[in-house]
Structure formats: structure tokens, C-alpha cells
Design a protein. Structure first.
Length: 101
């Protein structure tokens, strides 16, 4: 799937920055080969997903997002973002190390 970019507006910028995560970190996360998971718990009228990983900032980031189709292109629409908790970071690093070995 080729992604055209990010679908930002005032509402999702505010919600994503609520926990201090910068827009640059959110976009950078998707450039850093994040782990992508389906979010079946929060999927309703549209499929939702979770991306976790470490952008260039070095902080571990968790982003809930969906894909939006506009003008015959696919866009990533971040829904919310936060820094991962210490327990989540340990679990993430353990899983990534296991995959790399």
C-alpha cells in the first residue's frame, strides 16, 4: 500500500498532542518501521490500527490510527498518540529482539 501522507486537522492534532507527543514524532514513527496491529476493540464504522515503535526522538510512541481514502489516495489519519509506559516498552523491546534473532 502506498501512503500519500497524513490526514491532519485541528481535532486530531489537539487529541494527538494531548499527551505531549509531537506531530514530528508521530509522522517519524511511520518512517521507522513500526509494529502495526489491528485494533479490533475500537473498530466501529472504520478499521482502526495501532502503531508502536521508536521515531528519531528515541521515545517509544503508541499511535492509534486509521486509513482514509481521498482523491484516489490513501492517507494515515492519526486518532490519538501517547508515549508508551515502561511495561509496554519492555514488552515491545522483548518482542522486537525476538524477531531480530
Amino acid at each position: 500500500m502506498i501512503i500519500a501522507g497524513f490526514d491532519w486537522d485541528a481535532a486530531n492534532v489537539e487529541k494527538c498532542q494531548k499527551h505531549g507527543v509531537l506531530i514530528e514524532e508521530i509522522e517519524g514513527l511511520f518512517e521507522s518501521q513500526p509494529v502495526l496491529l489491528s485494533d479490533s476493540v475500537h473498530t466501529g464504522t472504520e478499521d482502526r490500527f495501532i502503531a508502536v515503535g521508536t521515531p528519531d526522538s528515541g521515545r517509544h510512541v503508541f499511535v492509534a490510527f486509521t486509513f482514509r481514502a481521498r482523491r484516489q489516495r490513501i492517507w494515515i489519519r492519526p486518532i490519538s498518540a501517547r508515549y508508551m509506559h515502561e511495561k509496554e516498552v519492555r514488552r515491545y523491546e522483548k518482542a522486537v529482539t525476538k524477531v531480530q534473532d
